[in-house]
Design a protein around this ligand. Structure first.
Ligand SMILES: Cc1cc2nc3c(=O)[nH]c(=O)nc-3n(C[C@H](O)[C@H](O)[C@H](O)COP(=O)(O)OP(=O)(O)OC[C@H]3O[C@@H](n4cnc5c(N)ncnc54)[C@H](O)[C@@H]3O)c2cc1C
Length: 414
């Protein structure tokens, strides 16, 4: 594969697929390399929210007091495998340093600069793929089961408002009028109408990947294990299917990008923040919109195949075996929040969010090699940000001035 404008994207999660599609729109001949199947890693099992209001990072003022307690509480959504402590410790130190109020302000501004373009980043891709049927525009309701939990959210709400997010505050009865399936325990809720969701993250990614192929793109099933270097940077991918000549390379391999970036001379503190979900197929109750419980740290979404509840941030090696006790905890919370959800879940899943300690992705040209580009580390908002990330990556590869300031997303900021 050699033409004037060739690009190879490694990783066919939602970020790689959107990058490949936008590169095609910039006139590149694009090859997408995936070792498994498109959309079957982190992009498979998420909550489906295009969380345009998610500018608030995970490290916020006061986190230093909360994290140690959370790590020892068996009911907490934060988990750390003890064998993983030595590796995760530097990450947590950086995470805590990111919680300074001034840092939080600048991180929220950076996240918001991308989130504002969630819809625009996806619009041409969704239209071309006919993927509108996988999108539900009915908004998001965040619930609170105590006034104290609602008061705790004041800082995050103020930050969101400053970034232009419209929110309606409701009491418990108003919340149940909007969403009759909610428990009586809910005393407050915040409605965010601008948040849409997909009713099937996998089918949505597959629809976009199929459009990439229809437009002449090639998906190659191979695992990239290393690189061969020529005078102008990496010139071949070393894969389990043999070497492949490459021109421009985009690393969009989710949490596994850390290893590939290191082989290309760039160290990034990317950790697997492993999330879990449970599915209740054919549930006896309906949800009208996406729900997030602030007290229970879960999201509950009515999807094409049933109700999905997600949660947990477990720090462990990305490919370590799942601990399904975490999924069972999510199921218990989901049944308490939505009492009509009875019985055991029909399936459960774990997948790694690719997370940097400063809650920002890397969207950048490699500091070491002019023909290498990075698009990874989208933590909890990779679905929301994939469209705009793809657009920005395509602009970088095409040597166009990026339409958003990419300074906050440099790879050498750590
Ligand atoms: C429980 C949970 C809930 C979430 N909820 C939301 C939400 O509501 N909204 C939101 O915006 N985000 C959400 N997220 C986050 C979102 O799912 C991720 O940020 C996003 O899927 C990351 O996409 P990605 O393409 O970077 O990575 P992935 O989907 O992990 O894709 C990476 C791909 O690269 C491939 N790959 C890796 N290494 C190689 C190699 N060496 N050679 C070839 N291929 C390789 C992998 O097989 C994989 O397919 C959630 C995540 C979880 C776990």
């Amino acid at each position: 594969m050699k033409s004037e404008r060739d690009a190879t994207v490694i990783g066919a999660g939602i970020v790689g697929v959107c990058s490949a599609l936008h590169l095609q729109r910039e006139g590149f001949r694009v090859r997408l390399i995936e070792r498994g199947e498109p959309g079957k890693a982190a992009s498979f099992g998420n909550s489906g929210n295009f969380g345009v209001a998610s500018c608030v990072p995970f490290a916020v003022p006061g986190v230093l007091k909360k994290v140690p307690r959370m790590l020892f509480d068996p009911n907490s959504p934060l988990k750390l495998r003890w064998s993983h402590v030595p590796r995760a410790l530097p990450w947590f130190l950086r995470f805590i340093a990111s919680a300074r109020p001034s840092r939080v302000e600048s991180i929220a501004a950076a996240r918001s600069s991308l989130l504002q373009h969630t819809r625009a980043g996806y619009a041409p891709l969704i239209e071309s793929a006919g993927a509108e049927k996988w999108i539900d525009d009915s908004g998001l309701l965040t619930t609170f089961e105590s006034e104290a939990a609602f008061r705790d959210a004041a800082y995050a709400m103020a930050l969101r408002r400053r970034h232009g997010i419209h929110m309606d505050v409701l009491d418990g009865n108003e919340a149940r009028q909007m969403e009759p399936a909610l428990s009586d325990k809910v005393v407050r809720a915040v409605s965010i109408p601008a948040v849409a969701h997909t009713i099937d993250p996998l089918r949505f990614t597959e629809a976009l990947a199929a459009d990439f192929v229809r437009r002449g793109g090639e998906i190659v099933n191979a695992e990239v294990r290393g690189f061969e270097f020529g005078d102008a940077g990496p010139s071949k991918l070393l894969t389990d299917r043999g070497p492949m000549a490459v021109d421009r390379i985009v690393i969009a391999a989710g949490v596994w990008s850390r290893t590939l970036a290191a082989q290309l001379g760039t160290a990034v503190p990317l950790e697997a923040e492993r999330g879990y979900h449970v599915m209740f197929a054919n549930p006896p109750t309906r949800l009208r919109r996406a729900i997030m419980s602030a007290d229970r740290n879960i999201a509950v979404t009515h999807m094409a195949e049933g109700i999905r509840a997600t949660g947990i941030a477990e720090f462990a090696a990305p490919d370590a075996p799942a601990n399904m006790a975490n999924a069972r905890m999510i199921a218990r919370h989901a049944r308490a929040l939505v009492p009509g959800l009875m019985g055991e879940p029909t399936s459960q899943w774990m997948g790694p969010r690719p997370s940097h300690p400063d809650s920002k992705p890397v969207i950048a040209r490699s500091p070491r090699h002019a023909n290498v580009f990075f698009a990874f580390g989208h933590d909890h908002i990779g679905l929301a940000l994939a469209g705009i990330t793809g657009k920005l990556v395509a602009e970088l590869v095409a040597e166009k001035p990026p339409s958003i300031d990419l300074e906050p997303f440099r790879a050498d900021r750590f």
